[in-house]
Design a protein around this ligand. Sequence first.
Ligand code: NAP
Length: 394
Amino acid sequence: MPKRKISLLGATGSIGQQTLDLIRKSPNTYSLEACAAAGNNLDAFIQIVEEFQPKLVSTASASKADDLYKSLSLSVKNKIQIIHGEASLKEVAAFPLSDTVILGLVGALGLESALTALNCGKRTIFANKEPLVMAGNLIREALNNNKEAVLIPADSEHVAVHQCLQGQNFDKVNNLYLTASGGPFWNEKNLDFNSIKPAQALNHPTWKMGHKITIDSATLMNKGLEVIEAYSLFEIPYDKIQVLIHPQSLVHSMVEFIDGHVLAQLGPNDMRLVLQYALDYPSRQNNLTDKFLNWKEINKLEFFEPDLEKFKCLKLAYWAGKHAQTYTACLVAADEIAVELFLQEKIKFSQIPDLIEEVLNMHSAQEPKTLEIIQKTDQWAREQAMNLYKTKYI
Ligand SMILES: NC(=O)c1ccc[n+]([C@@H]2O[C@H](COP(=O)([O-])OP(=O)(O)OC[C@H]3O[C@@H](n4cnc5c(N)ncnc54)[C@H](OP(=O)(O)O)[C@@H]3O)[C@@H](O)[C@H]2O)c1
């Protein structure tokens, strides 16, 4: 396998840190050439830049770039270039010395860098699922127009499906089963959703992740986004994409074929295995985490149907995916605002789907033919969500 020379977007986040752990463990197969983070976790960012000495570093603003520069040792300062602002994310994605881009930003912010990476013919690893949800058509177009480009998912469910579909004819798929841990509340019978505090929703039972995806996991919006992501990646119709709650999080997803055979992918629930698969594909090397399933300890694998009335976000995501057009971009933007308002304790947990649904209902959808149309939808949905909050929810 050729060495993967990596541009890492979101270096200080959960995906970023787990990628860096793999690079640390296997410096002969991976190297960090460029990276980006907002600069909110300055100590972590300094440590990354000092340790890996990437040639190009991006921060969200001039002041964050200044803070970072001032804190670096003289020898490192002389070796790196620091750039800033949203446009600098695209420079990291396009960095000529990298052949692989890992998208670990959160939300819609990652869209332009995703398209840039594919248009530059890079191996593009999508942890950041929202670009695939908002603009699946533009991403497929960029992939088809750039023969060098490779798109690999880095969500555990989609990596599972990717593995199960190797060498298979997609027309012969009867159903995709995306599994979900269910988050902290799926089995709470008497919990009042109005009373849930951010700290409770951030307490995920199996995965340790950034705040946005953790709240999305608690509302099941994350699974809804993954349903649309699966459609974008594999072009399997929505009525063949099913969600199952699987609290053990060991079966990462399954594919049922028309002849009744089912392929499932299982593995330890550690995102580093997922990222390693995405980096190494189609090759495989030794598991860098040293974690393997211990079959003697696994005594049950349970599956339950999600309650779409209780977890309305999942229902809304199916609705947006099936109605397509710009509804999916609208869904992503409204969800980002709703989650942020909940984290700031400005709206209740139960109001997250209400706010998103109201924005979707107000939206006049159109074909998402261009990046500009998608970006305008994103902006519009954010404004509508904030207006609704100020007029109805305060
Ligand atoms: N975490 C997981 O296990 C997991 C699993 C599957 C999929 N995903 C997906 O992967 C993506 C990343 O998730 P995460 O959990 O790693 O998120 P996270 O921990 O919140 O990390 C987000 C990263 O993005 C950076 N960032 C935020 N705003 C930025 C800006 N304006 N400019 C530059 N960088 C910016 C942050 O920098 P600062 O630290 O400076 O704020 C941080 O490095 C999400 O789309 C998520 O759905 C995550």
